[in-house]
Design a protein around this ligand. Sequence first.
Ligand code: UT7
Length: 330
Amino acid sequence: MSKIQAAITAVGGYVPKKILSNKDLETMVDTTDEWIKSRTGILERRILEDGKATSDMACIAVNELLQKRGISALEIDVVICCTITGDLIFPATANIICDKVGAKNAWGFDLAAACSGFLFGLETGSKFIESGKYKKVIVIGGDKMSAILDYTDRNTCIIFGDGTGAVLLEPNEEGLGICDSILRTDGSGREFLHQKAGGSLNPPTAETISAREHYVYQEGKTVFKFAVTNMAEVSKEIMDRNNLTAHDIDYLVAHQANKRIIDATADRMEIGSEKVLMNIQRYGNTTNGTLPLLLWDFEKQLKKGDTLILSTFGGGFTWGSIYLKWAYNS
Ligand code: UT7
């Protein structure tokens, strides 16, 4: 019998309608459209309305995916929600999503690995499929970053946006799906990108709130240096160990944090810009949402048998690459 691999068989996504442009940000912090464009590649990002949460975006993405695949929510075995902005500290947002979409036969959990969460979730989900026990696993990646951004801090508020994507994993015995992965963490990098308060180390108090410690804190320049080096290295490493040349790769699906980091990764892999999927200009950095939203936006372009390299770098530090063969034509 051939080996069971986990293949993506459907994709769904959602980005809020409200657009926050660079021009809008010029009126909020000391920045310019030109600075943001040239340093990050971002033109605009989406903002979810007040009163809505990550699960609301995720449910739209999941329902789209179910409809495209022509299956009922009752057929889903497992839901993994990769996020750093879950609806509540607990219970898990995956539970809320299962309830809202009617996935009554599924169990689920949240997975937190900052910007690499979706990649780590894909790896986790693929192991459930490879075990043979589970046939339909949904991996969601998404964040309402606007809920944890300080819109007086120009170092962070210009980068991030809101959005969520979701993929369905199913068994494949034709050699399609997830072929290899390299995942890494280095917790010593936590000081450069984190949220200071709200967890068990610094529970919420009036002081933590007035010190603005419930927002994203980032030392951008340091994170940039680690991101360029590590995302490029791991992407090259996964190519080398699978004997892949630039010619073999159809698309690079890279975390959308900064166009300069994505370009550096593509250069290291020696692949041309025509093979680099990019939507950072429209959504900014949606943290866990970037990879599934790329697959969602470019789904029609992807053909059965295409070779994709997915790569991320994020807070933790966390980073990694997945080599997969696309499994369907849409
Ligand atoms: O997704 C998770 C992982 N995160 C990342 O991968 C993000 C990695 N970091 C980055 O993408 C970049 O470091 C940033 C986009 C955050 C910043 O870009 P940079 O080119 O590294 O800028 P910088 O921090 O070195 O700042 C350069 C200058 C500074 O001014 P001086 O000291 O040279 O006078 C900053 O104060 O630009 C200034 N600056 C800004 N100016 C206008 C910083 N932010 C802004 C801004 N608008 N928004």
